[in-house]
Design a protein around this ligand. Structure first.
Ligand code: SF4
Length: 300
């Protein structure tokens, strides 16, 4: 299924992992199998740290937004809105003047954002200004006046035969007149170092798999644009590649179910911990995770 969805800071929310209401808790108190959905970001959470996944997806503990993450959302909003303009109006100067309006749009979805991010309202302008170089870098990577995207902020979704729903939000989908598709994703950070490109491409392979399975057409090109460093990663997927991605996703879902069955959502300390908002719940930092609230209707 392909459809549009408004962009916001937390655009690709997972549905709760819910066991069907007519499936009772199993003998011995072991939880019913999970039914749920995966997006690339939530799959990435589990790969990085099972406890992070649990706290974010199952416990659903609210996280404080960071200025960097919200700036990324604002830049994405500008790049989405830019293509509403006539081609000749898609200039860097125009894009930069669109930042305040994009920030207003992002706040419409989360009105409390400004207060939580900026106790000192005077800081907003400096923060918005810090997005100017990102837009300038974008214009060194491609010329939007020469592009007519087929889709922007496209919600993609497919249900696998075992009931697992795969979903995601594609920043941009380009199509040639012959029907070839290119998936484009904007990153406001820097490109990964050598050897980490494949990990970075997992997200776009995931999207390509969903589009292939839901439409029967395999995207021809995957493209990551890094506005923080001015790099582009391009990749042409093939059938073997996407079948392998599907196996990886299924294995990941099995591992999530195994963690659910055993209750073993172990933390995995890494440099990502520096940005983790859950340190107070994490044994690696002297914290204790909250007790899992398991019921037979499993809103775990
Ligand atoms: S602090 Fe690190 S180890 Fe702990 S939950 Fe967060 S990412 Fe995982």
């Amino acid at each position: 299924m392909l459809s549009h969805r408004p962009s916001n800071v937390d655009a690709v929310n997972e549905k709760p992992l819910v066991a069907p209401n007519d499936e009772p808790a199993r003998a011995g108190g072991s939880p019913a199998p999970l039914r749920g959905s995966l997006s690339p970001s939530r799959a990435g959470d589990f790969m990085n740290c099972p406890l992070l996944y649990r706290l974010r997806v199952i416990d659903r503990i609210p996280e404080k937004p960071s200025r960097e993450a919200v700036r990324g959302t604002v830049v994405h909003q500008v790049l989405e809105d830019l293509f509403d303009l006539p081609a000749q109006a898609r200039t860097l100067e125009q894009a930069q003047t669109m930042l305040p309006e994009a920030w207003q749009k992002v706040q419409q979805d989360e009105p409390e954002l400004a207060g939580s991010l900026f106790p000192e309202p005077a800081d907003v302008q400096d923060w918005l200004n810090s997005a100017l170089p990102l837009l300038a870098t974008y214009f060194t990577l491609e010329d939007p006046s020469r592009l007519e995207p087929a889709e922007r902020e496209l919600h993609v979704e497919v249900t696998l035969d075992d009931g697992l729903v795969l979903r995601g939000l594609v920043d941009r989908l380009d199509k040639t007149s012959s029907g070839d598709m290119r998936i484009v994703d904007y990153k406001t950070g820097k490109a990964p170092g050598a050897g980490y490109e494949q990990k970075a491409l997992f997200q776009l392979r995931f999207y390509a798999l969903v589009i292939w399975k839901s439409t029967g057409v395999m995207p021809r090109l995957l493209q990551l644009l890094y506005l923080g460093s001015g790099h582009v990663i391009r990749y042409e997927p093939d059938e073997v590649d996407l079948e392998s991605t599907e196996r990886k996703i299924r294995a990941l879902w099995s591992a999530i179910n195994a963690a659910h069955e055993s209750g073993d959502w172990r933390p995995n300390r890494s440099r990502l911990c520096d940005w983790c908002d859950f340190q107070r719940f994490c044994p690696e930092f002297g914290g204790t995770p909250p007790e899992l609230q398991l019921t037979e209707n499993t809103t775990i």
